[in-house]
Design a protein around this ligand. Structure first.
Ligand SMILES: Nc1ncnc2c1ncn2[C@@H]1O[C@H](COP(=O)(O)OP(=O)(O)OP(=O)(O)O)[C@@H](O)[C@H]1O
Ligand SMILES: [Mg+2]
Length: 170
């Protein structure tokens, strides 16, 4: 009797704005040969308008957004996937892993100085750099009981992606 293919988790690339979630998430999905989704694309228009005006979202705003991402994760079954999502608070991560699909969190971790510099270099994006402080204030690092890993964001995107590949379940 032959076993079927091993179930593959959905990898949620998490971290503050500017930590490189979209950059690394896309590269990681390519290397793993699985679909990639961008959490920003799951925001209702009202959330984008609010962020564009420089206001942080509250948890009521985030609920439909997290629900939509969780639905995408569930839709992957055990075929694998990568989705970028800040997932700063444990309760957001709890929402994302509440379904039957296994979820693995990959936290892109770097200093506020490094991330601020990368944000400053990035133009035409709806996240004003002034919100970085509130992002760090909100960040709740992965707890020991959460399936996941921390990857440092020093170096270039390819280097970080190699680190990510070494850290995720294969
Ligand atoms: N390793 C890297 N070295 C240099 N620049 C990088 C690196 N990774 C990402 N960048 C650049 O830093 C900026 C932030 O990266 P990116 O947009 O991927 O972050 P993000 O976490 O997706 O941010 P957001 O939460 O706002 O969507 C981008 O301009 C990106 O091109
Ligand atoms: Mg992004």
């Amino acid at each position: 009797m032959t076993a079927g293919p091993a179930p593959r988790p959905v990898i949620v690339v998490m971290g503050v704005s500017g930590s490189g979630k979209s950059t690394v998430g896309g590269l990681l999905a390519e290397r793993l040969g699985v679909p990639y989704a961008e959490a920003d694309d799951f925001h209702p228009a009202a959330n984008i308008a609010k962020m564009s005006a420089g206001h942080p979202l509250d948890d009521a705003d985030r609920a439909p957004w997290l629900d939509a991402i969780a639905e995408w994760i569930t839709g992957r079954g055990d075929l694998g996937g990568v989705v970028s999502c800040s997932a700063l608070r444990r309760r957001y991560r709890d929402r994302l892993r509440a379904g039957t699909t296994p979820v693995f969190f990959l936290h892109l971790d770097g200093s506020p100085e490094l991330i601020a510099a990368r944000l400053a270099a990035r133009m035409q994006h709806f996240m004003p750099p002034g919100l970085l402080d509130s992002q760090f204030a909100a960040l709740e690092p992965l707890a020991p009981d959460e399936a996941g890993a921390v990857v440092t964001i020093d170096g270039g995107p390819q280097q970080i992606t190699e680190r990510a590949l070494a850290a995720v379940p294969r």
